[in-house]
Ligand binder design. Structure first.
Ligand SMILES: Cc1ncc(COP(=O)(O)O)c(C=O)c1O
Length: 437
């Protein structure tokens, strides 16, 4: 029997998962084997399917079909083997990795991602806020978790109880944490966040050495690391990278001269890993590259494999006359007799409305343009040129089909945003199917 994560607590809250297939082709059996639906405390997406690794290829497609039967055919496939491959690449080069799984692992699903990374030996995870870390702890994730946004007054006890590591950016925060740890007769850990020039969050670099040092007088707390974040790591030649890294380096040196013990000194996010060898220090904090996407405009040497694909199927096909207005506001008019396909996906699923009359999708190995305005739940595409197109055909919104590929960066470029927003924007209404679990 295969349970997602550690077993007993999970069963006790009533979640039953895919139990690996003794007789996978029996329909009733199948329906029984995935249920993680509408359990309020459960962090997975509204519906999720976890496919065991042995179900690759033909069998896997059959399972996806079965899972989607009786549902709107719009889904995201999350390939955990690709995640592992991206992770191992970073880990091999850089040694110590803190994987960023905030915002539900950039829309991929924080729990399955964290579980796979933990199994692969990730050194730490990072999330933005306490609630995200608590979900992971509740579901059995044991490795260190850094809270990038620190904590708010009243959250200290849960942090200490759950062995979480908040970022701190003032002496006051260290004192608050120490008071609670002392009361609970334990030790709490933290990382000092230093603002070296991004002017967003952290103790100011000019006061960093004295503040970090002062914090060491507190009992019941251990400063495990110091870190900073770069404002322009995507731009290799930006002078601000060198300035920020030099400031950080000087702080590290001063603390080392004073024999201040530090386990972690970390700076580089994905762009820092790809662009700034001199900013690696003794740990890195990748997010986007783990999900197989580059934050850079230019091509990168690292053979990243995108983890997430976003798919749907044609729900209706209509032949329309030349000059027909399509969708809300008639924002597209056919310039010839056309075949228009309706897709059951819209901006409420994370397909940005800014792709209206701009984006394209993949179908039967061809590109097809999104025509008219994307609505909340429906999108129209022009498939006049696609041979043998049929209702039910698979349509790729993000991902590969044949020799063609749409990556999150393509959609980001068209919608004047970044791939992060594209991935985080895929809503909870879209079921996630985990491949290679
Ligand atoms: C402090 C910090 N470090 C690391 C990361 C990971 O960034 P990326 O996904 O570009 O690797 C983030 C993400 O926003 C962050 O806020």
């Amino acid at each position: 029997m295969r349970i997602f994560g550690e077993s007993k607590t999970r069963l006790s809250i009533g979640v039953r998962f895919w139990l690996s297939s003794s007789e996978p082709d029996q329909e009733d059996d199948f329906r029984d084997r995935w249920i993680c639906d509408q359990i309020p405390s459960y962090p997975l997406h509204h519906h999720s399917l976890i496919l065991p690794r042995k179900k690759f290829g033909y069998r896997q497609n059959m399972d996806i079909e079965k899972f989607m039967r009786g549902k709107r055919p719009t889904w995201a496939e999350v390939n955990l083997d690709h995640l592992e491959s991206n992770f191992r690449m970073v880990k091999e080069i850089l040694g110590r990795v803190m994987a960023v799984v905030k915002a539900d692992a950039y829309g991929h699903g924080a729990l399955p991602v964290a579980q796979r990374l933990e199994r692969c030996g990730v050194n730490s995870l990072a999330v933005a806020v306490l609630e995200e870390a608590l979900e992971l702890r509740k579901m059995g994730i044991r490795c260190p978790i850094l809270l990038f946004n620190g904590f708010w007054s009243g959250q200290e006890e849960e942090i200490v109880h759950n062995n979480l590591t908040p970022a701190v950016f003032s002496l006051r925060m260290v004192q608050d944490l120490a008071r609670v740890a002392n009361r609970l007769k334990t030790k709490a850990t933290y990382h000092f966040k230093i603002d070296t020039g991004m002017s967003r969050l952290g103790v100011d670099w000019t006061k960093a050495v004295e503040t970090v040092e002062d914090s060491s007088s507190e009992q019941s707390v251990i400063c495990e690391g110091i870190y900073t974040h770069l404002s322009s790591a995507e731009i290799a030649g930006s002078p601000s990278n060198r300035i920020q890294i030099e400031r950080f380096q000087n702080i590290v040196k001063s603390l080392e001269l004073k024999n201040f013990p530090l386990k972690w000194r970390h700076v580089a996010n994905s762009a820092g890993i790809l662009n700034l060898r001199y900013g690696w220090f003794d740990g890195v904090r990748p997010g986007l590259v783990l999900y197989g996407i580059s934050p850079l405009e230019q091509a990168v040497e690292m053979p990243l494999q995108p983890v997430l694909s976003f798919k749907t199927r044609i729900m209706q096909l209509r032949r329309v006359h030349k000059g027909t207005s399509i969708g809300y506001g008639g924002a597209y008019k056919t310039d010839q007799e056309s075949l228009i396909a309706t897709l059951p996906v819209g901006y409420a699923d994370g397909l940005s409305r800014l792709l209206s009359n701009k984006g394209s999708v993949l179908i039967r190995g061809h590109k097809a343009a999104i025509v008219g305005r994307i609505s909340m739940d429906l999108t129209l595409i022009n498939v006049t040129h696609v041979p043998s197109v049929q209702v039910g055909d698979e349509v790729v919104l993000i991902g590969k089909q044949g020799t063609l590929e749409v990556v999150a960066n393509d959609l980001a470029r068209l919608t004047l945003t970044i791939p992060y927003e594209i991935l985080c924007g895929i809503s909870r209404r879209v079921p996630r199917i985990y491949v290679g679990a």
